[in-house]
Design a protein around this ligand. Structure first.
Ligand code: UDP
Length: 249
């Protein structure tokens, strides 16, 4: 993977019509730094099995995947499927880890980060805790994510005033991606990325899975135990397995 945007050729694996970049965490960080340096808007999606199943029937979500400048492999299902399709990816590159790494980076490099999403007070709390973890971490603004789609442009103007280099949007798939695609020209952040429940994790509202669950790649099971409403997403997993098996028989 090359460092400059102009020379970057994307090494990708197609999983059920969705192109996923075959990147490691280090590759992704290098690409994201290039996006920030370019000062032009880039759109990043983290792909998991359930959203790939959703994209089979949600043409708008599928178009968002097609429009993304980087699609990272964010679930063990995606890793498994990449092997079945003959182009293995070996490790997850999750939204939570990218938020953590870019916050750490911003303490050294000074890039401006905005947190948009989650319930009232959660983004602010997450920002506060990350400033403590990485002194100098440059989170310039935070706002909750409970507003109707009709207000997207107004919220985007508000965010744009703070001139973020990096915008993290934590409003769930596909709402966050639709927000980014509709407003990226207004906000102009070098990196705009949907990060699901990440602010809940950093604020301390949701605990990250114990190391054992992470090591066994069972983080999804831990989240399901803590939040049974996620069962609707988990219900998509058998469909994912079935579709991948059928496509790779
Ligand atoms: N959320 C939000 N606005 C909404 C709906 C949800 O800001 O209108 C937030 C919610 O509080 C949570 C996040 O979006 O912090 C969704 O997290 P989840 O883990 O469900 O994301 P996904 O699994 O879709 O990546």
């Amino acid at each position: 993977m090359t460092s400059t945007e102009a020379t970057r050729t994307r090494d990708r694996v197609e999983i059920l019509g969705v192109q996923v970049d075959r990147v490691s965490m280090e590759d992704a960080m290098e690409i994201l730094r290039g996006f920030i340096a370019s000062r032009r808007p880039h759109f990043v999606i983290t792909a998991d099995a359930s959203s790939i199943v959703q994209a089979q029937t949600d043409s708008e979500l599928k178009a968002l995947y097609d429009a993304a400048d980087l699609v990272t492999p964010d679930s063990v299902g995606v890793l498994w499927a990449s092997k079945r399709f003959g182009k293995p990816i070996h490790a997850r590159v999750s939204g939570v880890d990218i938020v953590d790494r870019l916050c750490r980076d911003s303490a050294d490099r000074g890039h401006r980060i905005y947190f948009l999403g989650a319930a009232h007070g959660v983004a602010e709390q997450a920002a506060e805790r990350l400033r403590l973890k990485y002194p100098g971490c440059n989170i310039v603004g935070a706002r909750h994510g409970y507003f109707p789609a009709e207000s997207d442009e107004v919220v985007a103007q508000e965010v744009a005033e703070l001139k973020p280099d990096v915008l993290f949007v934590a409003m769930g798939i596909p709402r966050q991606e639709k927000f980014i695609q509709g407003t990226r020209h207004i906000i102009g952040a070098g990196v705009a990325m949907g990060v699901g429940g990440s602010f809940d994790v950093f604020s301390g509202k949701t605990k990250r899975a114990p190391v054992l669950f992470q090591a066994l790649r069972l983080e999804w099971l831990w989240r399901l135990i803590l939040n049974p409403t996620k069962i609707s997403k988990c219900r998509l997993l058998p469909s994912f397995v079935r579709l991948v098996l059928r496509a790779t028989r």
